[in-house]
Design a protein around this ligand. Structure first.
Ligand code: FAD
Length: 304
C-alpha cells in the first residue's frame, strides 16, 4: 500500500480523526492551506490574490452532510458568498461539493440547492464549479452537472486524470461544451477504477490537458506539478493557444512562488481558497499528497 493510501485510510478512522483534529499541530498545519473559518477571512485572502492579478475560487468546507437542514444551510452559505463577492467587486467564483448540498440525503434536495446557487451566480454574472469527490459519486455528479448545464451555462465540472473512465467523460463534456477543471485526483481508489502508478496518472493528465487546450472551451488546468505545467505551456505555445483561452489553478498556500511566477509570465491563474471549520478531510487529502507535510505534523504533535 502506498503512503498516500495509508494516510487516506488511517484518516477515515474516527478515533484518529478525533485526536488529530483536536491537536494544535493539525490546526497550525491547516492554517497553511485554509486562511480562516469565516467568509471575511477568506475574502481577505481573495483580495490579496486579486491585488497580485490572481483570481480566486471559494470553497466552503464541508462534505457528506447528513440532513436536509445542514444541506440547506450549506446552500445558503453559497448564496451569501456570491452576493458578498459581487458587493466587494472581487474576481472570484465558487467551488462546491454536491455531498455538501445533500447528495447523500436525496438527489432532489441536492438538485434544488444546486439550482438555487447556479441561478444566483448567473444573475450576478458568476460561475459555479462542482468539485469531484470519490469515485462512488462520479457518475451522479457528472450527470447533475450536465443536466444543470442545459439550463445554465455558468456551471463546470472536474475531471480526475487518475480515473480510467476520464477519457470518455472528457469527450461527453466537451461535446456539450462544458468547462472542465482537470486535476490528478485526491481520493483513495481501487486499481480497477484509478491508475495506481503516478507515471500513468501523469501521462493521462498530459494527454487530457492537450485535448482540453485545443477544444475551444475555457478550462482550468489544476496542478502544482512543474512537469505538467511545462507540458501544458509547450502544447499551448506549439498550437498558438493564447493565455486568455484557459487558466492554471492551484490550491491556497501551495507553491505560492509558482502561482506568482506563472502570472508574471502572462498566464491566467486562479487559486482555490477553502474556508470554514470542517477542515479535517481537506487537511488529510493535502497530507496524503506530500509526505513532508505528514512529518511536520508528527514533529509538532508533541509540542503542545
Ligand atoms: C485548484 C484545484 C482544485 C482541485 N479540485 C479537486 C477536486 O475537485 N477533486 C479532486 O479529487 N482533487 C482536486 N484537486 C487535488 C488534485 O487532485 C491533487 O490531489 C493535487 O492537486 C496534487 O496533485 P498535483 O497535480 O499538484 O501533483 P503532485 O504530483 O501530487 O504534486 C506535484 C508537486 O506539487 C507540490 N504539491 C502537491 N501537493 C502538495 C501539498 N499538499 N503540499 C505541498 N506541496 C504540494 C509538490 O511540490 C509536488 O512535488 C484540486 C487541485 C487543485 C490545484
Amino acid at each position: 500500500m502506498s503512503l498516500r493510501s495509508t494516510v487516506l485510510s488511517i484518516a477515515q478512522n474516527s478515533a484518529v480523526r478525533g485526536v488529530v483534529s483536536d491537536s494544535k499541530a493539525a490546526r497550525r498545519l491547516s492554517k497553511r492551506w485554509v486562511p480562516g473559518e469565516t467568509l471575511d477571512e477568506a475574502l481577505g485572502a481573495v483580495k490579496e490574490l486579486n491585488a497580485a492579478g490572481i483570481s480566486g475560487t471559494l470553497d466552503h468546507l464541508g462534505e457528506n452532510t447528513a440532513s436536509e437542514a445542514e444541506a440547506r444551510t450549506a446552500a445558503q452559505v453559497y448564496l451569501d458568498m456570491l452576493q458578498t463577492i459581487t458587493e466587494r467587486g472581487l474576481d472570484c467564483n465558487v467551488s462546491l461539493k454536491l455531498t455538501a448540498l445533500g447528495l447523500d440525503v436525496s438527489p432532489d434536495l441536492c438538485r434544488e440547492n444546486l439550482e438555487a446557487v447556479v441561478t444566483r451566480a448567473a444573475s450576478l454574472g458568476n460561475f459555479v464549479r462542482v468539485d469531484m469527490e470519490g469515485s462512488g459519486y462520479t457518475e451522479r455528479t457528472l450527470a447533475m452537472v450536465r443536466e444543470m448545464h442545459v439550463r445554465h451555462e455558468n456551471i463546470g465540472a472536474v475531471i480526475q486524470a487518475y480515473l480510467r473512465r476520464s477519457d470518455s467523460d472528457v469527450h461527453a463534456l466537451l461535446a456539450e461544451r462544458i468547462r472542465i477543471r482537470l486535476c490528478k485526483g485526491a481520493y483513495q481508489e481501487p486499481p480497477d477504477v484509478a491508475y495506481p502508478l503516478k507515471a500513468d496518472v501523469d501521462r493521462n493528465y498530459i494527454r487530457l490537458s492537450q485535448e482540453l487546450l485545443t477544444s475551444g472551451v475555457y478550462h482550468g488546468i489544476a496542478t502544482h506539478d512543474m512537469r505538467m505545467i511545462r507540458a501544458v505551456i509547450d502544447h499551448a505555445n506549439r498550437n498558438r493557444v493564447p493565455p486568455s483561452a484557459f487558466e492554471f489553478q492551484m490550491l491556497y498556500g501551495i507553491r505560492r512562488d509558482l502561482q506568482r511566477q506563472l502570472r508574471a509570465q502572462g498566464w491566467s491563474v486562479r487559486v482555490y481558497i477553502p474556508f470554514g471549520s470542517h477542515w479535517f478531510p481537506y487537511l488529510t487529502r493535502r497530507l496524503a499528497e506530500r509526505p513532508a507535510n505528514l512529518f511536520f505534523l508528527v514533529k509538532n504533535a508533541f509540542r503542545g
